[in-house]
Write a protein that binds this ligand. Sequence first.
Ligand code: ZN
Length: 506
Amino acid sequence: MTFLNMAFTFLDLKSHLSTIHDLNKVSWVLNWDQRTMMPAKGAPVRAEQLATLQRVAHEKFTADETGRMLEDLRAYEASQPYDSDEASLIRVARQDYDKARRVPSDLVAEMRRATSLASTAWAEARKKSDFALFLPHLEKVVELKHRYIECFDKTDTPYDVLLDDYEPGMKTAEVKAVFDELKQDLVPLIAAIANSKREIDTACLRGHFPADQQRAFCIKVIEHFGFNADSWRLDPTVHPFASNSCTSDIRLTTRYHEDDFATGLFGSMHECGHGLYENGVSPALERTPLCRGTSLGIHESQSRLWENLVGRSRPFWKFFYPQLQAAFPAQFGNVAAETFYAAINKVQPSLIRVEADEATYNLHIILRFELEQEIIAGQIALKDVPEAWNARMKAYLGVDVPNDAQGVLQDIHWSSGLFGYFPTYSLGNIVSCQIWEKVQAALPNLSEQFERGEFMPLREWLRDHMHCHGRKFTPPELLHRLVGGPINVKPYVQYLQGKYGELYGL
Ligand code: ZN
């Protein structure tokens, strides 16, 4: 094949992949709609619509034609620089193709249908705090996950197959090693905090906070991060998430508790971090499979960075606290900034993962990571999962779970078929601090900028060094480019020890 022919074949491949990408993005929008706008009775037909889209996209992508083009383009790929848009697109599409070819379209459609129905059933079960309503759906989802695992070559553990969908290339054993190291430092830190004489009062965070006023404040904050009304939305939902249809159509969601101020705001900042990553992908990669974050762990490093490293810091609140006091004068008018700062950073073992503090959060993840492996290995009957959950919450966090809504039913993931997803949250925490070290070295005036309400230099640094690449690089490749090494728990542990050592006088 001549170079010119290859260049034409590349354009054909790109156009083919764009069509498939469009179908996938339309399902993302339908999924967003289902979780924010759709009347509940739309659920059964919506499940069929999503299954249809998924099937068509999967059939088109796994067609022999895709494979032929990818084969024909091997020489073209080799002729282009590794990090070029062209070579990267071919390389990533081939990896996706090899994986997708193993999974029959029927199974893909069935998973989409089953998880769509399961998500609706989960929301109902959670509302009624009744695990039995969700159990048959969970059984179906787990059965389909087993069929999915069987599509792939045998791995060290079946969980490897699931993990690979969210953190490509990472093995269960590697995650376990990272978590074991994290636990070693985290457990004594949490114990030292529990034994600290310093009492932190969080009374100021409880009161009455009308949802619309919370929303106005959330918007004000995330506007400073990069939210603009022309290409972003923020809507309430049951379980917050971020989604997008393209780099200039970012859909954030959050949930407001009118008796608790923190959930809505920190949730908004978290999802905004995800949105900024998608928003920052180079427009040249639009409508291609490269147009998204490279893995969920790397994605989570961004959401946690904005939520915690920025949003729970003193410089951030130096700028925003007077505005918060003005927005909720009865609540915060007489509360000192330092009291507020301590309140939003209090470490307290609790029931709900997404509302957990930075230190105990990871124990929620380790619990799920272990339980999921047992579920997938068939070591635990699904009907016994709530009991196992509650026992482990007691053992790891010392809390009693009063009901399933605040226990095993709190997260949407299993209903969505997202087994293997949870570990990426803690990986994200760890990576966020590795990146943060680099950011601080590159932008020495970061704190002063935050104090003045300037967050653009941070956003631009992340965009230029990281977001723009989309999926061009694997997570380890991107991390090497950013921090010069592999995943490393030390910066995260040092951050936690420093922050809480100071706060609790350890
Ligand atoms: Zn997240």
